[in-house]
Design a binder for this molecule. Structure first.
Ligand SMILES: Cc1cc2nc3c(=O)[nH]c(=O)nc-3n(C[C@H](O)[C@H](O)[C@H](O)COP(=O)(O)O)c2cc1C
Length: 191
């Protein structure tokens, strides 16, 4: 019998067109192990700022429900996000806040992996810690290792093609995705 396909949704924390994180996210399928299908989750770009009054009067906006439905339907979620001011970009945090208020909370028991990319030399670690904390509250299970922090992106990514040109970075991404496949199969941490 063929192995089960692992469906993974990717969520990019940056909305800008030339985003390094988006470029990295777009390459992931090419580095995924056999049987892992990575599909970009519906965008949070059109989410209003979270306001319980909207939720209580008009209900959850359609783009919020669309993202939540995809998160619920997948085996795992990969966040690929920059760090803003030592934390989670506001747009991404707003998206998590919206989705977290839905019944049948979509992140509960969801398997999570995190990557971050930056044009600077370092960065992403504090965003990753804060995102891990949010995921704890939401009862998601975030994989510990391997961690992915891609610095100096202008040297590691060909901005014309969007391809990663640094073999070490590619190797780390492959390792993380392979570990994520095992983590999804056995989330006890024994990977
Ligand atoms: C509002 C803002 C705050 C930022 N704060 C940080 C930070 O705290 N740490 C860091 O490493 N980079 C920070 N940066 C730089 C981003 O990591 C860098 O611009 C990154 O390339 C953005 O991701 P993107 O290329 O996917 O859009 C910040 C950028 C912006 C726009």
């Amino acid at each position: 019998m063929p192995n089960k396909i692992l469906n993974v949704a990717s969520i990019c924390g940056s909305l800008r067109k030339g985003s390094y994180n988006r470029m990295v996210m777009n390459t992931l399928q090419g580095y995924a192990p056999e049987g892992m299908r990575i599909i970009e989750a519906p965008s949070f770009a059109d989410f209003p700022l979270y306001n319980a009054d909207i939720q209580n009067s008009a209900g959850f906006p359609a783009p919020v429900r669309a993202l939540a439905d995809v998160i619920r339907a997948t085996d795992g979620v990969i966040f690929v996000s920059p760090e803003y001011n030592y934390s989670i970009p506001g747009g991404l945090k707003n998206a998590i806040d919206w989705v977290s208020r839905l019944p049948n909370q979509p992140f509960a028991n969801k398997l999570i992996a995190i990557q971050s990319a930056t044009g600077g030399a370092l960065g992403g670690g504090r965003m990753q810690y804060d995102l891990r904390r949010c995921m704890i509250f939401l009862d998601a299970l975030t994989m510990n290792k391997p961690e992915i922090f891609i610095g100096n992106c202008s040297q590691r990514i060909d901005e014309k093609t969007g391809q990663i040109k640094d073999e070490q970075t590619i190797g780390l991404i492959k390792q993380q995705l392979a570990a994520f496949a095992k983590f999804i199969a056995q989330p006890s941490g024994k990977i």
